[in-house]
Design a protein around this ligand. Structure first.
Ligand SMILES: [Ca+2]
Ligand SMILES: [Ca+2]
Length: 295
């Protein structure tokens, strides 16, 4: 082979490599989910149908490694806010479980780990009770003091539903295979959880003691905010270790919340699946809307 021929072969190989690289970049761009406007101010990410690898060997009890095939679905970029829930109540006159019960469970800084106070008059309009801030002052915060039934009622009104455990994880991962959307190690600047050794004192490393306005922290690769922390998100389907009959009182929740610390409920990651009281109303429980892609 002459020098010229060798140069031609090299040039051809280089051109082929460049073409392949561009094809890979193009495919990655094509796979990035699109967003659209949904009802009631929701912004939705369209998650493509396909096969996804989920779970982790580090959570073998609750979420072992598995592969799922799902249909395309849309999921809200943020947790449902107080303003969005207020629009639902205004349109329907819906009365939440906490309002019917006349009380909800509230956690105040200074209380012991796992201690919650049943507060009269605590409901979504007054998530910390009548003495605390009202929903009007927390319009862009996630709605809380929401039972599983309340969350389902909102989703049905919109024409949507709650994410399944797998759908939540697919969207929250956004292609990441790590424990958090940003990597293997927790970063307090990327999510609203409880900062501090115990619940008597919050070091305020992430800037918030209770809920934060949605979108206060960077989104994941597909544009979803607060999948880790802020409020625990109800999902359709039971925790994998649930027993028959548990469906009457139990629901699954994912992503942890502002209340969760490494010393208590450390489920603020992409792997672990929390157990939520189906009829409970707490100041750290909310939800994220899903709609079937065709709707
Ligand atoms: Ca916090
Ligand atoms: Ca969350």
């Amino acid at each position: 082979m002459s020098m010229d021929e060798r140069r031609s072969v090299r040039a051809l190989a280089l051109a082929l490599l460049l073409t392949l690289a561009l094809m890979v970049v193009g495919a990655a761009q094509a796979d990035a989910p699109t967003q659209r406007k949904g009802p009631n101010g929701h912004r939705l990410v369209l998650v493509p149908a396909g096969k996804y690898t989920l779970g982790s060997a580090k959570s073998a009890m609750r979420n072992p490694p598995h592969v799922v095939t799902v249909k395309s679905f849309s999921i809200a970029t943020t947790e449902t806010t107080n303003a969005q829930f207020a629009a639902f109540v205004k349109a329907t006159g819906y009365v939440s479980d906490a309002e019917k019960n006349g009380a909800g469970k509230v956690f105040f800084e200074g209380m012991r780990d796992w201690e919650w106070e049943q507060v009269k008059g605590a409901d979504w309009r007054h998530p910390s009770g009548p003495g605390g801030r009202s929903w009007e002052e927390l319009r862009d915060h996630p709605v809380t003091q929401i039972s599983g039934s309340d969350a389902l009622a909102y989703c049905q009104w919109i024409g949507g539903r709650l994410p399944t455990l797998d759908e939540w994880e697919i969207a929250a991962r956004a292609g990441a295979t790590t424990r958090y959307p940003w990597g293997e190690d927790f970063d307090p600047k990327r999510a609203n959880v409880w900062n501090g050794v115990g619940h008597e004192h919050n070091t305020r490393e992430d800037g918030f003691v209770y809920t934060s306005p949605v979108k206060s922290f960077p989104p994941n690769a597909w544009g979803l905010y607060d999948v880790i922390g802020n409020v625990f998100e109800y999902c359709a389907g039971l925790p994998r270790d649930a027993r028959p009959g548990d469906a009457a009182h139990l629901m699954a929740g994912r992503g942890g919340s502002w209340w969760c610390s490494f010393g208590t409920c450390h489920f603020f990651n992409l792997v672990d699946i929390g157990r939520m009281d189906r009829h409970g109303s707490l100041s750290n429980q909310g939800f994220r809307l899903v709609m079937d892609a065709a709707e």
